[in-house]
Design a protein around this ligand. Structure first.
Ligand code: ADP
Ligand code: MG
Ligand code: ZN
Length: 482
């Protein structure tokens, strides 16, 4: 074990799925032509006044309640001043001294049950986006469509000790956001962005070391690799009796290293002050209570229910509950076939593989849960074997047809008729007289080989149990000179 202990805290920005922006009526959409979803308010033109989006507040409270935060009945907006081309007003409206939620915990992702506390969750507006065309090194463009889109920033306490746990916590936060239906969690499109803070200290000491912050992590893999890299870098510095400098770093996925973005000397002074154009944000205790009552079952509770009620192993339960859509699908398959374990195996292997290969969400998978449930039933009652079922599943995903139809149309049904099996077996025995004779002379191991040949001859469609029974009977007949 190393003599140093890593200390990690996360800051996660999540775009809220509201119809409009945080302080104006512009659509909060991804993918429109640049600078088409803008107005004087989100551009910060002189005289334009912000009006708070009620739904964004409701979403932030929903998240706060789900993570056991205290909800402030009165919170404040503040101006964070900075000058950068992606920030049209030259300040960002955020929450500073009194955030809307504080003091909660992430109810999942605890490796070995370790709880990660949430320090605060606050509301703020997103900035615009800079574009640097690769074929023109002298220009940059700015798209303000994203400016003013509502975000929540979720800040954890520095409770995390490993890179893998940090990635798991980020994943848990994403699945909560998705369960609550308040953020689509798409990291590639930037609707979920993760910054990590890393320091190391001598094992056994309590004071926190100097931290660095790594920005620009757009996958869970990147979160894990960047933290692992940074822990190693800081440990090496300490071992060489050098100091870790307070800094902001950027992760470079191509080189798998961190680069310096700014050091402490150039750190910003944001000159925060209360936003004069907005009132104190008030949320009534009744509203908080109403939102509490309307929360859906959360991933951690569902995971436990899958384990205790359905007997699903912990790892599988976590994977199945990572999104509501997959968990819902799995539950429908189970309802249809009555076998949670089989349903879980099919969803975790074939269904997830199909989604990956086709790069689609489960809502667009052409295999309905009812059809998959019926396919599983057909395997259970011996109508088809598992390899055939996997082929049928691929056809189902391709065409959306129900499994009975596919099996009837293609004659893929399992061969269980004795007469049909017998004629396959006779042919194999006739074609292999030597093997047959050796077996009858006592080389019992050859049974397996003969079984394999007959299964092959059936195109994999023979009912394995029936086939073995018939082979034994027919060999016995030959022994007796039949
Ligand atoms: P700052 O004022 O630099 O933004 P905060 O106290 O707001 O720092 O914390 C920002 C994030 O950094 C939080 O996620 C917190 O858990 C984490 N953090 C704070 N101090 C440390 C440290 N010494 N080592 C690692 N993470 C830290
Ligand atoms: Mg901070
Ligand atoms: Zn606008």
């Amino acid at each position: 074990m190393s003599d140093y202990e890593p200390v990690i805290g996360l800051e996660i920005h999540a775009q809220l799925r509201t119809r409009t922006k945080l302080f104006c009526g512009c659509p909060a959409e991804f993918g429109a032509d640049p600078n088409t979803l803008i107005c004087p308010v989100c551009l910060g033109l002189p005289g334009a006044l912000p009006v708070l989006n009620r739904r964004a507040v409701e979403f932030a409270v929903r998240l706060g309640v789900a993570t056991e935060c205290a909800i402030a009945l009165r919170s404040e907006f503040a101006r964070k001043n900075y000058f950068y081309p992606d920030c049209p007003k030259n300040y960002q409206i955020t929450q500073y001294e009194v955030p809307i939620c504080s003091g909660g915990r992430v109810p999942l992702g605890g490796e070995g049950g370790a709880t990660v506390r949430i320090k605060r969750i606050h509301l703020e507006e997103d900035a615009g986006k800079l574009l640097h065309p690769s074929d023109d090194e002298t220009s940059s463009f700015v798209d303000m469509n994203r400016a003013g889109i509502p975000l929540v920033e979720i800040v954890t306490e520095p409770d995390i000790r490993t890179a893998a746990h940090a990635a798991a916590v980020a994943q848990s936060i994403r699945s909560i956001l998705r369960y609550l239906d308040i953020c689509d969690g798409n990291m590639e499109e930037g609707s979920l962005r993760c910054d990590v803070n890393v320091s190391v200290r001598e094992r056994g000491t309590r004071d926190l070391g100097v931290k660095t912050e790594i920005k620009n992590l757009n996958s869970f893999k990147a979160v894990e690799s960047a933290i692992a890299f940074e822990i190693k870098r800081q440990e090496t510095l300490k071992r060489d009796d050098k100091k870790v400098e307070h800094a902001t770093l950027l992760w470079n996925a191509a080189s798998q290293t961190c680069q310096l973005m700014r050091s402490k000397e150039t750190a910003h002074d944001y000159r925060y002050f209360p936003e004069p154009d907005l009132q104190v944000l008030e949320v009534s205790a009744e509203t908080v209570e109403r939102i509490k009552q309307s929360l859906p079952e959360l991933p951690s509770a569902r995971e436990k229910r899958f384990e205790s009620e359905l007997g699903i192993p912990e790892y599988d339960a976590r994977l199945l509950t990572s999104s509501t859509d997959i968990a819902d699908y799995f539950e429908l398959v189970t309802r249809e076939c009555g076998d949670a374990k089989a349903a879980s195996n099919w969803v975790m292997s074939e269904v997830l593989r199909e989604l990956n290969e086709r790069r689609i969400e489960i809502s667009r998978l052409r295999v309905t849960p009812e059809h998959l449930g019926r396919l599983i039933l057909m395997v259970k009652n011996g109508a088809i074997n598992t390899p055939t079922a996997k082929d049928v599943f691929r056809t189902m995903a391709e065409t959306g047809t129900d499994p009975q139809r596919i099996i009837a149309d293609t004659g893929l049904g399992q061969i269980g008729e004795d007469a049909e099996l017998d004629s396959l077996i006779q042919k194999v025995l006739d074609d292999n007289p030597k093997v047959c004779a050796d077996y009858l002379a006592g080389k019992e191991k050859l049974f397996k080989w003969l079984l394999g040949q007959t299964m092959k001859a059936s195109g994999g469609r023979a009912n394995p149990k029936r086939l073995a029974d018939r082979l034994e009977i027919l060999l016995e007949k030959r022994r007796r000179g039949g």
